[in-house]
Design a protein around this ligand. Sequence first.
Ligand code: PLP
Length: 243
Amino acid sequence: MTGSGAGSSDRGDGGRQAELAAGLGEVEERIVAACHAAGRSRTDVHLVVVTKTFPATDVRLLAGLGVTDVGESRDQEAAPKAAECADLGLRWHFVGRLQSNKARSVAAYADVVQSVDRPELVPRLSAGAVRAGRRPVVLAQVSLDSEPTRGGVPVEGVMDLCWAIDAAEHLELRGVMAVAPLGADPRPAFERLAAAAERVRGELPHAAWVSAGMSEDLEAAVEAGATHLRVGSAILGSRPRLG
Ligand SMILES: *Cc1c(COP(=O)(O)O)cnc(C)c1O
């Protein structure tokens, strides 16, 4: 990768497409190697390309390169981007902190809401889904550290949250999601997530997705059994820090 950021993405030449193709290729090689090392099939691991802070033109190029799933983390950015790219047939994943007052909006375009981390979001999301005539897939976000700003329900609360999501008629519970703690070995955290996921699956067998792993730690996530990886900067380049 050339390491260029969002600023270079609207040049209008084929350069950006080549950058994205190279980034996708490198990440694909890493996923294949991680699956091989873990004795897992590549087809059991799904890639969600996190496009936050990058323009809709990048999403369009990614779709042209075969990407099927994209992730966004802020409603005010994601809603117009999803509308602009509605013709591409992509699956939109909402992966950011979900404010209660945004739940309805997110339900109108997100095919997968990965970051439901408290029961009070459930009726709001469900109401939004009804209004939009949709039935989004939902994951329960689990906290793997004690940092409240990063979101997630404590591991002890994950089962109750999953029961609440599962009971909502217009939401489809499919599993759990987590972000590894910053600046620490992700492996013990991903093992805690795997244990929580197994407990959830024991009660609710249809909730088998485990979303974990980002640009820095996707190998550890694959090793710990992740079914979905959320990769941004390793494909799109570095982005300005989000507030
Ligand atoms: C931004 C983000 C990602 C992607 O992170 P990278 O380090 O750029 O791969 C994954 N998951 C969540 C929840 C994010 O907010």
